[in-house]
Structures are given as C-alpha cells and as structure tokens.
Design a protein around this ligand. Structure first.
Ligand SMILES: Cc1cc2nc3c(=O)[nH]c(=O)nc-3n(C[C@H](O)[C@H](O)[C@H](O)COP(=O)(O)OP(=O)(O)OC[C@H]3O[C@@H](n4cnc5c(N)ncnc54)[C@H](O)[C@@H]3O)c2cc1C
Length: 443
C-alpha cells in the first residue's frame, strides 16, 4: 500500500487463525508497529482454529498449465505445506499420518471419485469393512462400515495440532514485537473508523472497541473470521456458516492404541482424528452443508454468528451414527465438550484477501470457507504480500474483492457439501440442544 514502511502502524482485527498468521508474517518481515485486537482472551473460545486438530493435505505441485482455480489451490497448499514441513516453529504440529476419504451416498461418492481422479498421490481403494478396518491397528475400527466406499492416501496428508500451532504463532509474533489487546470490552471491535473527504474518498483510520477507545493505525487488516461480516458491508460475499464438534473422553489405555492413525473422513458422515495427547479426547465432527442463523437485518435476511458451547441434538445424533458405523464400542459414550464453530463461506469457497477497492488502507483477509486452517501459513504470506503490493497476479485474480459473484446470492446453496439432509440448516429454528453433563474445563 502507498507509503507502507516498516514503521507504519498496522492494526489487525481478529487474533484467531489468520490474524495470528498475518501478525507473525508481518513481524518476521520486520514490521515494528503491529497491534492485534481480539474480542476474547487468547486463545479465543470462538476462534475456528482454537481446536484440538484439523485435517491437512498436501496437494499437487502448481504448474503454469493448471486452470486458475487449480493453480491457486496447488500454490496455497504448496506454500502452506512447505511451512508445516520445514518451518521450525510450525513443523512440530503436523502429523503426516494419512487420510481416508470415503462416502456412503451415491452423490457423495461421486465427489470422492472426482477427488481421486485429480489426486496424483497413490491411493488405496477401500470397498469392504475389512479394507477399512485394516487401515488402523486391531481394535480401533470395529464397525461394519455399511455402504462406505473410498480411498486411503497413505502419504502426503494427516492432521495438525491446531491449538498448539495457534499458540506458537501467537507467542512468536509477540516475541518479535507484535502487541495483542484481547478480551473484555477493550479487545472487542464494535466498528471501523472510516473518514470521508470532500471528494467522497474513504480511508480507514482504525477501529473503535467496545470500551469506547479509538485504535488508530496507518493500515488496518480485517481478519475477524465469520464475525468480519458484522463489521463491514461485504455485499453478500460472506456467509457466516457454522459446523458442529464434540469431544469424547478416552482412557489412557484406549488412547495408547489410537496413536498415529490416518484421519477418517466420510464426506456425508463426518470425521474424527486420533485423540489428543494431553487429555485423550476424540474430537468428532458430523458433516453437513452447514448451519446458518438467519435473522432479519436492515430488512434483509442474513446469517449472524453467535457463540454456544452446545450443539443441536440432531448433530449429536449424526455423530453417533458415524461412531456406530465405524467404532460402535464408543457410540454411546457421553461427550464432555461440544460447540458450534463458525467460518465464513464465500460464494466459490475461494479466500477473499484483497485491499478494499473503495476504502483506502483497508485489507480484508476473510472467507476460510472450511479450509482455512491448514492453509493459514500461506494466508499470512499472501496477506502481507497484498499489503506490500507484491501479491502473485494469479492469486490476486482469484482472491480479489468480487461482489459481482454474490449478486442474488442463494443463502441456502450447499456449495458442494454433503451429509444430513443435504440442506443448509437454520440455527434459529433449533429447539433441542445437547446437554453436556460432565463438561471438561477446556474453553
Ligand atoms: C468445525 C470446523 C472444522 C474445520 N476443520 C478444518 C480442517 O480440518 N482443516 C482446515 O484447514 N480448516 C478447517 N476448518 C476451517 C478453519 O478452521 C477456518 O477456515 C479458519 O480457522 C478461519 O480462520 P479465521 O482467522 O478467519 O477465523 P477464526 O479462527 O475464527 O478467528 C477469528 C477471530 O476473530 C475474533 N473476533 C471476532 N469478532 C471480533 C470482534 N468484533 N473484535 C475483535 N475480534 C473479533 C475471534 O475471537 C477470533 O479469535 C474448520 C472449521 C470448522 C468450523
């Protein structure tokens, strides 16, 4: 951006997954005046990245001959995987244990076949219960896998210890000089401060927090995840969408045989990854096109995020179907944690990382669209490249501010996701929420 120097003040709104990655990248490039605001104490209980684990996959190397879309994803994955495999700060968090992608329904299986056709890594077909059971040590997958079909990618994929990586980025960015104001009224941004000149040109000069304080900066980066949509008019480019997760406690003895396991991902069922080392909890997500919270805002229907450490009873039911089909010996065990988890979906599920076309000095870094954790090292690099005006042109083209794509947006579009009844569900209509009887102390 014009006039940007290492002494410029840069304000990042949101110290979650992308905010921490951007702060780290700025600090590593020598910027000396970085301030991050977050509505919650770190790690924010509403940050999508504040989680035990996330799926990570290597991709094909990018090629000049790729379509723009393939080039973008291959390049983002290449940059990210380079960091997960080589960056001393991040590499302890990547576990390259493999990945199973499968489906039960025919439409979802078609999606799996498309994935397999694109994949250049070796894939092992899985067709029977025995095939699935043999992907893990005896006694782990005891289910009958009814109608499950898929592929096992033994190398080039696995999972990330998400909270660990988030904490590492946060701590290292602070060590390099970034400052965070988090929690209470002083970290929560209520509005952007935008000045207008006589010619109607608008410039952002910072943000106002809930305690009434103005945080002025030369440049502002909006990276508040799904909540970004509440702070700026994105012209329907973002749809805050929630998914559901729960934790199931396991004994130390059980956890011992559950180590180094491939991720088991059923596109229309859900997924789980081996239990975490610290508390031996198995995180489970059911799969579905997503939940929105549809409310009327300014005479328009919008999805507005809210926090809740419970999930709809229907989501728990779907998780228990996943468990019954794959690990029936765990299917009835009570959960000790659950929450809804928000991300922001763009229309095409490509990220939105660009300078605002009408508000000077504002960069938006939003639209994780369900795959913004494994890719966060690339996001940090790309966002800072965008600030410096050196973003790769093919990436710029694909991640640009693009309201033309969102005209007449169908808020109920399933966006190539499967599971549940194959429809977007409305949280404002949910009556029954799970009760967690023995909650753990994890936020
Ligand atoms: C259930 C679930 C499973 C997922 N699984 C995977 C996976 O396996 N692999 C993968 O790559 N991706 C996965 N994702 C997607 C990934 O987690 C997100 O794309 C990514 O974390 C988004 O990062 P973010 O920084 O945009 O948002 P967040 O990490 O949510 O951070 C937003 C931050 O903004 C803060 N904030 C909000 N409002 C304000 C405000 N008014 N003022 C100040 N701060 C504010 C929040 O406290 C938070 O810290 C998953 C997402 C969900 C929901």
């Amino acid at each position: 951006m014009d006039g940007l120097t290492h002494d410029s003040s840069i304000l990042i709104i949101g110290g979650g997954t992308w905010g921490c990655s951007i702060a780290l990248q700025l600090a590593r490039r020598g910027y000396r005046n970085i301030n991050v605001l977050d509505a919650s104490e770190f790690p924010s209980p509403i940050a999508a990245g504040n989680d035990i684990n996330k799926i990570a996959e290597e991709a094909n190397p990018p090629s000049e001959d790729d379509s723009d879309e393939n080039y973008m994803w291959n390049r983002i994955h290449q940059m990210s995987m380079h960091a997960w495999l080589n960056d001393d700060l991040l590499k302890p968090f990547y576990h390259s244990t493999g990945f199973i992608m499968a489906a039960c329904g025919d439409d979802a299986y078609k999606h799996v076949l498309e994935y397999a056709a694109e994949e250049k890594a070796e894939l092992v077909p899985l067709k029977t219960a025995d095939d699935f059971q043999k992907t893990m040590p005896k006694g782990v997958l005891t289910g009958s896998f009814p109608k499950w079909r898929g592929y096992w990618k033994k190398k080039g994929a696995g999972w990330l210890f998400a909270r660990g990586a988030l904490e590492a980025m946060h701590t290292e960015s602070i060590r390099l000089g970034a400052k965070y104001v988090t929690g209470g009224l002083q970290g929560k941004v209520d509005s952007l401060i935008i000045s207008s000149s006589a010619e109607d040109a608008r410039t952002i000069i910072g943000a106002k927090t809930a305690d009434g304080a103005d945080h002025k900066a030369d440049y502002t980066v909006l990276a508040a995840g799904a909540n970004s949509d509440v702070l700026l008019d994105f012209k329907k480019q973002l749809r805050p969408t929630a998914w559901t997760l729960a934790h199931l406690p396991m004994s130390i003895k059980e956890a011992r045989i559950w180590g180094d396991l491939p991720v088991l991902y059923g596109v229309d069922r859900g997924f789980f990854i081996e239990p975490d080392e610290e508390k031996h909890e198995l995180k489970i997500c059911d799969e579905h096109p997503g939940y929105c919270n549809f409310v009327e805002v300014d005479q328009e229907v919008r999805s507005v995020p809210f926090a809740r450490q419970q999930i709809p009873v229907d989501a728990e039911h779907r998780m228990r179907v996943l468990l019954a089909e794959t690990v029936p010996h765990l299917a009835d065990r009570p959960f000790n944690f659950a929450r809804i988890c928000w991300d922001a979906d763009t229309v095409d599920r490509f990220f939105l990382i660009d300078r605002h076309p009408e508000i000077s000095n504002l960069l938006v870094a939003v639209g994780g669209s369900g795959h913004g954790f494994m890719t966060n090292p690339a996001v940090g690099v790309i966002a800072v490249d965008a600030l410096e005006g050196v973003m790769e042109l093919r990436l710029q083209k694909m991640m640009k501010w693009r309201p033309e794509n969102a005209v007449g947006r169908d808020w109920c579009a399933t966006q190539n996701r499967f599971g549940a009844d194959g429809k977007i569900m409305d949280l404002s209509l949910v009556k029954d929420w799970t009760k967690i009887e023995k909650p753990n102390e994890r936020s």
